[in-house]
Design a protein around this ligand. Structure first.
Ligand code: NAI
Length: 785
């Protein structure tokens, strides 16, 4: 026993373990878990072990789900769907409230189970995970209650397949299940193989409260079970996990019509300016990268410190690091627990060793690690070269990199120097500076003078390769409601694409028609790279020629679009003015456009031009009105939900209503600040190429709208594959839609493959288009006390 003097000198804490008897008793009584399907646990067949990573001891045996098990669960969810989706929202809300209350009643039990299964400190499961789980169900009970008012005539998606990771086992379950149920969907959820136990305890809660059978189904298993769920007859897949698996799921669901949301990895910047509250920022690092052993998708894993304070900052960070208590996760004094599994430990060790080999210097807490379990001492790297593996790869362990910057511009450049875009944290006492950086950083969540704050009322999700879709709040609810589905209309045949030399091009064959539309790149008409054009046929034969664009033309157009950065920064008012001007100029040439469409044999030419003009005025009006929201989330904060443009978008238009469909797709995209590379109707591109002069005379800056004519699906493929295109809309054939979704997996661009429709109908325009043209950035700002 240490003496009182010794205790006072060291200020060591004695052990304060949370009791685990009740949970261990529960596990002992269950021993082996089957899947939870149709309101009952199945008889387990093949099983695997669920272990406590802090000790290595087995906690239970859990069934390994086969494709047949998954199919059975999907069937149960399908049978439960009609009754559940028809329940009035108020009735579904009652079930969600019941779940929330039961979570609260069992909070201690669930915290201990979460900690045993995952290795996270009890302080975190008890004070963060489980309270947020309850909050999520309460919040979404409210959405169920208000569904009809807030989302009039919206329908649930159907049966949702949900695949979750192991870092926040119960919280991720809540993020997935609560909105799905509120919207009237039924669910098959697969927890991660390392952490299946809280999901099974949750299943028991569902059974206990008498939730209608089949509404929630839990199938346990590994990646193969996950892949079987992706392939099953579900209407939506919601996935959280690694970018690699996210990419595989994107490819596997391409062309299936399954709605998809992906919440993937990150390498999030944590930017500290010289005028920051240094102690606050150091404490921020604790919550950013040492929280949950760094196994957090939005962990602030790249600390960027302004040069002037780096010494002070590093010194205090060292001091704080040395005070972290690493050890038994069940101990209430523990700050850092165990990684989730020996496999993860090996992965972290390997990455950290490679980082050191490549010259980075590791500063690690000098703590005595428990002799058993998957513990890794927290730390950070200095002397890190940008090309070092630890600068680029998500370590998913309690180790950050620390580098410096000089100016705010440099900070933004470094912050954005990653293929990810999940989160960012900005520390400065200068509100102008902090909010300026928040606006420039490419991330779905930005915390100002804070980090890792979450709330059910705020959306969460990434930019770039961190995935697409949002969880939480209104945006999250939308992901569980079916997209409005206008009656699909087959598009006319595109016609032949016979290449002919562009008139005047030296070489064989001279076309007899002088009306040749070039392509439009960077605000100028350009001869297509290949030097060829193709005949555009009208009612009475050929009515002109259009440039036959190729991959190089698409690449040039993307480059030109990239250069037009000012458009995204222009105010809504500026963009509205340009669009009004465009609408006016189009109206001034109404007769000419009508005649052109008539000669092309387009049905209802006058109506099409009139509708296009109206649509241009509509999106001009929306340019400064479609805006975000301010969420009331945590105390002392508000969360700004700002719809931001993607940047460069690709748009492939249908062979139908060639002017109206072009205007209906391109204008909402640019109204929101995107720059566009558009492929107009292959059969009648002249409707779009006639717009060149309208664009020129309407002050649309060069590079904002780029038009490449030619073989739509070939050009669309190049756009879908292009890493500098952030989002892609495709309206055409089913095969083309599948191709676009598949090819977009490279940089995980957000895609929207919409069926052709009657473009004259009311649903040819509206806020739905603007929603698809934007991604929401959630910015957490200090506000009040
Ligand atoms: P993972 O992405 O393989 O696992 C996440 C979930 O996906 C699990 O439920 C798993 O069973 C399932 N899964 C795996 N392969 C699948 C497939 N082909 N189809 C459908 N579902 C599949 O992540 P893993 O291997 O556990 O961890 C590896 C790395 O991934 C981590 O070190 C970390 O860098 C990253 N990761 C990121 C997470 C995040 O929240 N962003 C969460 C978990 C891991």
């Amino acid at each position: 026993m240490p003496t009182v003097t010794e205790i006072l000198e060291t200020m060591d804490y004695g052990p304060a373990p949370e009791a685990s008897g009740e949970v261990m008793g529960w596990l002992k009584s269950r021993k082996t878990f089957g899947h939870y399907v149709g309101g009952e646990f199945t008889k387990p067949g093949k099983t695997f072990d669920a272990s406590n990573p802090a000790t290595g001891e087995r906690l239970a045996k859990v069934a390994q789900g086969s494709a047949k098990d998954v199919a059975g669960a999907v069937k149960a969810a399908r049978s439960a769907l009609p009754a559940w989706s028809k329940l009035p929202g108020h009735e579904r809300a009652k079930w969600l409230y019941a779940i929330a209350r039961h979570i609260q009643k069992r909070d201690r039990f669930l915290s201990v189970l979460d900690t045993l299964d995952n290795g996270k400190p009890i302080r975190e499961s008890r004070d963060i995970d489980v309270p947020l789980v309850a909050r999520h169900f309460y919040h979404h009970a409210g959405w169920a209650e208000m569904l009809d008012d807030e989302f009039p005539s919206a329908k649930p998606v159907g049966v949702c397949g949900q695949i979750i990771p192991w870092n926040f086992p119960l919280l991720m379950l809540a993020w997935k299940i609560a909105p799905a149920l509120a919207a009237g969907n039924t669910v098959v959820l697969k927890p991660a193989e390392y952490t299946p136990l809280t999901a099974l305890a949750f299943a028991e809660i569902c059974a206990e409260i008498g939730l209608p059978k089949g509404v929630i189904n839990i199938v346990t298993g590994d990646g193969e079970t996950g892949a079987a769920l992706v392939a099953a007859e579900v209407d939506k897949i919601a996935f959280t996990g690694s970018t690699e698996v996210g990419r595989a799921i994107r490819t596997a669901t391409a062309g299936t019509g399954k709605k998809l949301t992906l919440e993937l990895g990150g390498k999030s910047p944590f930017v500290v300016f010289a005028d920051a509250d240094v102690d606050g920022a150091v404490e921020g690092v604790v919550d950013a990268i040492w929280f949950n052993q760094g196994q957090v998708c939005c962990a602030g894993s790249r600390i960027l410190v302004q040069e002037g304070i780096v010494q002070t900052f590093t010194k205090r960070l060292h001091a704080r690091l040395s005070k972290l208590r690493v050890g038994d996760p069940l101990d209430k004094c523990t700050d850092v627990g165990s990684l989730v599994d020996p496999v993860q430990l090996a992965r972290v060790r390997e990455l950290v060793a490679k980082g050191e080999e490549q010259g980075a210097v590791l500063h690690q807490a000098e703590c005595r690690l428990p002799s058993k379990g998957s513990f890794f001492a927290p730390g950070f790297f200095t002397n890190v070269h940008p090309a070092n593996i630890v600068s680029e790869v998500e370590i998913f362990g309690p180790v950050a990199t620390l580098t410096t910057f000089r100016t705010p511009d440099e900070a933004v450049e470094l912050a954005n120097n990653t293929r990810y875009g999940l989160a960012a944290s900005v520390w400065s006492e200068n509100i102008n500076l902090a909010l300026d950086v928040a606006s420039k950083v490419k991330a779905g969540v930005v915390w100002v003078n804070a980090t890792n704050l979450f709330d059910a009322a705020a959306g969460f999700g990434g930019y770039r390769e961190s995935g697409f879709g949002r969880e939480g709040g209104r945006e999250g609810m939308r992901e569980y409601l079916a997209d409005p589905s206008p009656r699909a209309k087959p598009e006319p045949e595109p016609g032949r694409l016979d290449a002919a030399p562009v008139p005047g091009t030296p070489g064989k064959g001279v076309a007899t028609i002088d009306r040749t539309a070039k392509i439009y790149v960077g605000g100028a008409q350009k001869r297509p790279d290949g030097g060829y054009s193709y005949a555009v046929m009208g009612k009475a034969g050929q009515i002109g020629l259009a440039g036959l664009g190729n991959r190089k033309d698409v690449r040039n157009a993307v480059e030109a679009a990239h250069k037009a950065t000012g458009w995204g920064q222009a105010t809504g008012h500026n963009r509205a003015q340009v669009l009004y001007y465009l609408a006016e100029n189009l109206s001034a040439r109404e007769a000419e456009f009508t005649a052109r469409l008539r000669s092309a044999g387009v049905p209802k030419p006058a109506a099409e031009v009139a509708a296009s003009i109206r649509r241009a005025f509509y999106y001009a009006a929306q340019a400064d009105k479609f805006d975000g929201a301010v969420h009331s989330t945590k105390s002392a904060h508000v969360t700004l939900a700002m719809p931001e443009p993607f940047g460069v978008m690709g748009i492939a238009c249908p062979n139908d209503a060639p002017l109206l469909s072009f205007v209906s797709l391109v204008l909402p995209a640019i109204a929101m600040g995107n720059r566009v590379v558009a492929i107009p109707a292959q059969s009648m591109p002249l409707a779009a190429t006639d717009l060149y002069q309208v664009l020129d005379t309407s002050d649309v800056p060069g590079g904002v709208v780029n038009i490449v004519t030619g073989a739509r699906d070939e050009l669309a493929k190049t756009l879908a594959q292009h890493d500098d295109v952030a989002a892609m809309w495709y309206c055409g054939s089913e095969a083309g839609a599948k191709m676009v979704e598949e090819e977009s997996a490279g940089n995980l661009k957000a895609t929207w493959t919409l069926p052709n429709r009657d473009w004259h109908a009311a649903d040819g325009q509206g806020r739905g288009f603007l929603l698809k043209a934007t991604q929401v950035k959630n910015i957490w700002v200090p506000y009040g006390e």
